[in-house]
Write a protein that binds this ligand. Structure first.
Ligand code: ZN
Ligand code: ZN
Length: 380
């Protein structure tokens, strides 16, 4: 249990629905009460639209001024937008009309002279927007990524959804254990993972990894027809996107009995993941946790075999902003959700990765994933 703080997870029963209006209010406060505020803000990034409104379509625009809101979308989403975002006035772009022109006219009608635009807009998207806005007498000003910054710190509703997604990943790992036996192909395992996740009403959060034998030395190897053999390492890395939120789980297991070298490498990675999870708390920097993993692996003479970052943020995307890499200099905050995934990859021998999902509490962190973490040997 942690103390109540800015709507973060509290151990109290989480709300059943997201507080979209509250998020929009917080965004307005941040943007319009800051330095040199624009007159209005335009949000078009689909993840940000979902975060701020609950709209699950792939195309729309949210216009916010200090005291009004409009949601612009096209006819294809007319019914869906009305059902999903009943609390916002909806403007439908007529068929045959340029979408940007409708957005520009809506912004101008709200008295906008300077429109703030998020940094995730593409170069081509920005050019088109500038042209349409110029015709409507509106200037465009990039304002960075305020919504992505908000999304870094999860509220109680989001932690509950991340827990659900992690729980599904745990169940998937348990389900596929029957396939950890000789003669099963890597892609049979990958397919069963994807099928199981979809059967539970979710989607694979990214392309599932299932590699075996020497191929476990490929951190992002694609599954092939290779069949498992006794003595193999097998690594699976997959995630579930459930109700918008992602999980991400990696486990390496052994078919048959582990050799002494396999066990040595596994235990080194296990020590790294556990030490890092113990060290995570608000105020620590991502790069410090990443450095700790390298220090633990160096003690075992294995740091040269760890060629990727320690972890990333989790949320609406599986890689959802700053996490635990040498580039992450900002202090961690309570409410962040992170993966912790050290790995050791020895070319010609094989590799081990263990990936846990955690969320940062006021005093440390709590696991989201609960699949067994000790070395599993499948000796049928
Ligand atoms: Zn992963
Ligand atoms: Zn990951």
């Amino acid at each position: 249990m942690v103390s109540q703080h800015q709507g973060q997870a509290t151990g109290v029963t989480p709300p059943a629905t997201a507080n979209y209006a509250g998020r929009r209010a917080a965004l307005r406060k941040q943007v319009f009460e800051g330095k040199l505020p624009p007159d209005a803000l335009l949000i078009t990034n689909t993840g940000n639209l979902y975060y701020l409104t609950g709209f699950t379509g792939s195309f729309g625009a949210l216009l916010l001024t200090p005291d009004t809101e409009r949601f612009v979308t096209s006819g294809i989403y007319a019914t869906q937008a009305q059902a999903e975002i009943a609390d916002l006035p909806i403007v439908l772009n007529p068929i045959l009309k340029e979408f940007n022109a409708t957005v520009a006219e809506t912004a101008a009608a709200l008295g906008t002279k300077v429109l703030g635009v998020e940094s995730s807009v593409s170069v081509a998207g920005l050019q088109g927007l500038r042209r349409a806005m110029r015709r409507a007498g509106v200037r465009v000003r990039p304002i960075g990524a305020p919504v992505e910054r908000m999304r870094q710190v999860k509220d109680a509703y989001e932690i509950a959804r991340l827990r659900d997604a992690a729980h599904l990943a745990d169940a998937t790992f348990e389900h596929i254990q029957r396939l950890f036996q000789p003669e099963i192909a890597e892609w049979d395992i990958a397919m069963e993972i994807d099928f199981y996740i979809r059967r539970q009403g979710a989607y694979p959060a990214f392309e599932t990894i299932a590699v075996s034998g020497e191929r476990t030395a490929l951190p992002h190897g694609k599954p092939t027809e290779r069949r498992l053999q006794r003595g193999d390492f097998v690594t699976v890395d997959f995630g579930a996107k459930l109700n918008g939120y992602c999980s991400d789980l990696t486990r390496t297991v052994v078919i048959g009995k582990a050799s002494a070298e396999q066990r040595r490498i596994y235990n080194a990675v296990l020590e790294a993941v556990q030490r890092c999870i113990d060290a995570i708390r608000p105020g620590k920097r991502g790069k410090q946790i990443d450095a700790l993993a390298r220090k633990v692996l160096a003690k075992h003479g294995l740091s040269d075999y760890f060629g990727h970052s320690l972890g990333h943020s989790l949320g609406l995307l599986v890689h959802d902003g700053a996490g635990l890499s040498f580039r992450d200099k900002q202090p961690l905050k309570a409410g962040m959700a992170l993966t912790v995934e050290p790995g050791v990859y020895v070319p010609g021998f094989g590799g081990v990765r263990i990936e846990q999902d955690v969320w940062v509490t006021e005093t440390g962190c709590e696991p989201l994933t609960h699949a067994p973490i000790e070395l599993l040997e499948f000796d049928w």
